[in-house]
Design a protein around this ligand. Structure first.
Ligand SMILES: NC(=O)c1ccc[n+]([C@@H]2O[C@H](COP(=O)([O-])OP(=O)(O)OC[C@H]3O[C@@H](n4cnc5c(N)ncnc54)[C@H](O)[C@@H]3O)[C@@H](O)[C@H]2O)c1
Length: 258
């Protein structure tokens, strides 16, 4: 077990990728605090249609420890309470996974300013809030880790005027965090998922999903566990000398020149 008894917070841990990350971390012995707006997994139109058990129930069924804390990551007071509950329950904090995120359809003419602010608030500003609250406790850990989930949209246009710049911001926020915290032995790294089968994809058409599969060189779409395994790597001692790095986990999506 690579993460025995380490304590992790996973934001957006009830559904999709965050659920997959929670399960993989717990499978390596971590105690996982699942933070989300809602406890029940969100069933998707295309993916995760039959997932119904809350993540902590799934962790307990594996024999692992877990705790759900209802939290809006864009709310500073709620984030501070999340970290307090983690310390009260498990006595420390070793791993912070900033995964919660939302997508909003629209362009410069159709996306409202309120929606732009909401996407930025959850996808970028919230990472500042959780990091700020977690760092004093990560400094007490012998293996403090911050893992931020961005997207392949961090590197190219086409993700919309809020989502794409928020994710690009996550990549550079992570580098800055890495520089700030390196002398404390804390690492900070980014994972950039390609198309992963989760309910976030509900806004797509079946034709767009088929196109995504075609654009992915490896012959399948991604699964939450693919991101979960990359998180296990960054959280483990195997990655103790890796910080400020950006890892696409995208089935090769970013590799071709076209
Ligand atoms: N699925 C993909 O193809 C894909 C690709 C690239 C990046 N990502 C990123 O991965 C992350 C997870 O996405 P997903 O596909 O699992 O989405 P999802 O919609 O399936 O799950 C997101 C989870 O975050 C929670 N959440 C939303 N707003 C929150 C808030 N304010 N506070 C706390 N929790 C909140 C939701 O309740 C939900 O459980 C996001 O940051 C997303 O941008 C996903």
């Amino acid at each position: 077990m690579k993460l025995k008894d380490r304590v992790a917070i996973v934001t957006g841990g009830s559904s999709g990728i965050g659920r997959g990350i929670s399960i993989e971390l717990a499978g390596e012995g971590a105690r996982v605090v699942v933070c989300d707006l809602v406890e029940r997994p969100r069933p998707g139109k295309y993916h995760d249609r039959d997932v119904t058990a809350p993540t902590v129930e799934a962790l307990n069924a594996m024999g692992a420890d877990g705790l759900f804390v209802k939290t809006d990551v864009s709310d500073e007071a709620a984030v501070n309470r999340l970290v307090d509950r983690t310390l009260e329950t498990f006595g420390g904090l070793d791993i912070l996974v900033n995964n919660a995120g939302v997508f909003a359809l629209g362009d410069s003419q159709t996306l409202s300013v309120e929606e732009w602010d909401r996407v930025m608030g959850i996808n970028l500003r919230a990472l500042f809030l959780t990091t700020r609250a977690a760092v004093p406790h990560l400094k007490q850990s012998r293996a403090g880790r911050i893992i931020n989930i961005a997207s392949v949209h961090a590197f190219h246009g086409g993700g919309g005027p809020a989502y794409a710049p928020a994710k690009a911001g996550v990549v550079n926020l992570t580098r800055d965090t890495a520089v700030e915290l390196a002398s404390h032995g804390i690492t900070a790294n980014t994972i950039c998922p390609g198309y992963i089968e989760t309910p976030i994809q509900d806004y797509l058409t079946e034709a767009q999903i088929a196109e995504a599969a075609e654009k992915t060189p490896l012959p399948r779409l991604g699964l939450p566990k693919d991101i979960g395994r990359a998180c296990v790597f960054f959280a483990s001692d195997d990655a103790e000398w890796i910080t400020g790095a950006t890892l696409p986990v995208d089935g090769g999506w970013l590799a071709p020149i076209w």
